[in-house]
Design a protein around this ligand. Structure first.
Ligand SMILES: Cc1cc2nc3c(=O)[nH]c(=O)nc-3n(C[C@H](O)[C@H](O)[C@H](O)COP(=O)(O)OP(=O)(O)OC[C@H]3O[C@@H](n4cnc5c(N)ncnc54)[C@H](O)[C@@H]3O)c2cc1C
Length: 390
């Protein structure tokens, strides 16, 4: 019995979804690993399937999917594969690094980078966060000083997804100290550029299959031709990439939630206590219904946001709501799935893995508190309402 409301995908999206679920079941199973060789092997396989450049126009080597289909593809990766970290890395590459090149790159930059980024040959990372600038992403200390037709980059980045394996970094740096929104610029910096060093890697509790490291720039010379967009447009590039990431990346969690919800329903229908299946106890069945309601609501919000992107919406509310809803639903679903399995839920398995993989989702792409700030700002909740009294 299918208990889910399915968004009405077009036939091509349905077919692509099924193909990606099968691919992930075949190739993205086994323990999550950030081992660089195994990671690269999986990446190249996924690249051959068209996953690394799914929403990049066909002319540049991508599959030309829209945001709804790209989110469905991510959902399929989460549903079919057990390595959520790998899917996360692929989504960070695609939405936070490749899509900005599509949207802001010059023809020369697109032709230089996109075919290899789409085929699985090259991996990209977007480096914004710094030790003293996390949520306050406009206060970056990494500087880019112009000197003729080149820039000199100095500074440190931390928590950068894909850094240990990346071939290309999108780097946000301050071209005007204290310049705020218009003080940042995005640079395309190949990993082998002199002065760029990848530092220590992190061993995270969740998303273990996604490699992460610090990156340092020491008198790193970057030609002006490698500015993405224009000088001062870094914050626009960043917020545009977040629109994609806060929507489509979170499809991964919908896929994982569905898998865990299915297996939790199976569990409560076969585990017997007090002479009956535990699913017959109201405390258990209501928890399952709450899980289903949270999953379905989050899914509706995510696809609504994806449709907004496809319709050209500039609002940041849809992506922020999608990110909030999916990440909070995933954490709660992980907790509920563990509780409903009893002690079995604490053993190594998909319920505890979902919880560990979901906790970072409240933090990356801008924390959930920052999403609420963004939504409140767009609603202008801090502006006094003009009274219309006569
Ligand atoms: C799995 C993962 C992958 C990541 N990948 C990348 C990457 O590829 N590239 C990259 O650049 N960064 C990446 N990051 C870093 C991420 O962007 C930051 O962790 C995030 O922006 C929060 O910054 P912070 O960790 O410094 O927390 P802080 O900013 O120090 O926040 C600490 C707490 O204070 C709260 N807080 C801060 N300011 C406010 C405020 N104004 N109002 C209300 N609450 C506030 C936060 O919500 C949080 O709860 C990644 C992080 C994770 C977990």
């Amino acid at each position: 019995m299918n208990v889910y409301f399915d968004p009405e995908f077009d036939p091509q999206t349905e077919e692509m979804r099924d193909m990606v679920v099968q691919f992930a079941r075949r190739e993205l199973v086994g323990p999550a690993t950030a081992d660089p060789d195994e990671f690269r092997r999986r990446w190249q396989l996924a690249g051959k399937q068209g996953l690394a450049g799914s929403c990049v126009p066909v002319d540049y080597g991508g599959s030309g999917l829209d945001a709804v289909a790209a989110a469905a593809m991510m959902e399929a990766l989460g549903e079919g594969g057990s390595d959520t970290g790998f899917a996360f890395s692929m989504a960070a590459h695609l939405f936070a690094a490749v899509m900005p090149v599509v949207e802001f790159g010059s023809e020369q930059q697109k032709n230089r980078w996109l075919p290899a980024l789409c085929s699985g040959q090259s991996i990209a990372a977007h480096a914004v966060t710094e030790p003293a600038a996390g949520s306050d992403a406009l206060s970056l200390e990494t500087s880019a000083l112009r000197d003729g037709d080149q820039y000199l980059l100095n500074g440190s980045k931390c928590f950068i997804t894909n850094a240990p394996v990346a071939d290309l970094f999108l780097v946000q740096a301050a071209t005007r100290a204290g310049g705020g929104f218009f003080g940042l610029t995005t640079f395309l910096v190949p990993a082998d550029t002199h002065g760029l060093t990848v530092g220590r890697t992190y061993d995270k509790v969740g998303l273990r299959g996604s490699p992460m490291a610090d990156v340092r720039f020491t008198d790193c010379v970057v030609p002006a031709a490698q500015v993405l967009g224009s000088e001062g447009s870094g914050a626009v590039v960043f917020s545009t990439s977040m629109k994609w990431e806060r929507t489509c990346l979170f499809g991964i969690y919908l896929g994982v939630m569905r898998r865990v919800l299915d297996s939790t329903i199976d569990h409560v229908r076969q585990r017997e206590q007090f002479g009956t299946v535990v699913g017959g106890f109201q405390a258990v069945s209501h928890r399952i219904v709450d899980m289903l309601a949270r999953y379905e609501s989050a899914r509706l919000m995510l696809y609504r946001s994806a449709r907004g992107i496809d319709a050209g919406s500039e609002s940041s509310i849809g992506p922020a709501l999608a990110k909030l809803a999916v990440s909070e639903a995933a954490v709660q679903l992980g907790l509920d799935a563990i509780q409903l399995r009893g002690a079995l839920g604490l053993l190594d398995g998909e319920a505890e893995t979902l919880l560990r993989d979901a906790l970072p989702a409240r933090i990356f792409s801008g924390t959930n508190e920052i999403q609420k700030n963004n939504i409140a700002r767009e609603l202008r909740l801090g502006s006094r309402r003009r009274e219309n009294r006569r």
